[in-house]
Ligand binder design. Structure first.
Ligand SMILES: Nc1ncnc2c1ncn2[C@@H]1O[C@H](COP(=O)(O)OP(=O)(O)O)[C@@H](O)[C@H]1O
Ligand SMILES: [Mg+2]
Length: 119
């Protein structure tokens, strides 16, 4: 499947609901990707909506698609609350949420990244 239009579609959809400036940089020629289209779309959508949700003051979100060691990789960078280093190993566990007041105020289930991981 063509990965670029899929990511563009997710970005366009989310741009309509947020005031964030989302930039998409394509740094690879490998644009074909094998996988379940709906699951991949869901995964991008979860990651990007986290970037929007956890940057309550808006800002720029940078999405970078590149290939390395035969793998297609994607980086998503936002200017929001950030993720404490000690939370990183647990981020994809079910129901895990960063335990600080800024994050708690925003609210959520802690399930989306677990779904991303399963996809
Ligand atoms: N872009 C981000 N910036 C800051 N924290 C994040 C970001 N994405 C995820 N997190 C943290 O990871 C936790 C798990 O994310 P997720 O599974 O999507 O659950 P939810 O958004 O429902 O809380 C979030 O509660 C939040 O603490
Ligand atoms: Mg989330």
């Amino acid at each position: 499947m063509e990965i670029i239009p899929l990511i563009q579609k997710v970005i366009e959809h989310l741009e309509n609901t947020a005031q964030h400036d989302i930039r998409f940089y394509i740094e690879t020629k490998d644009i074909l990707f094998l996988g379940d289209r709906l699951k991949i779309e869901q995964a991008f959508s979860n990651l990007l909506s986290n970037s929007i949700k956890y940057s309550p003051d808006g800002g720029r979100i940078i999405v970078r698609l590149y290939s390395r060691n035969d793998m297609l990789s994607i980086d998503i960078q936002d200017e929001g609350l950030g993720i404490p280093k000690e939370s990183l190993p647990r981020l994809f566990q079910e129901f895990y949420r960063v335990d600080n007041s800024d994050c708690k105020r925003i609210g959520g289930t802690g399930l989306e990244l677990a779904i991303v991981d399963e996809s």
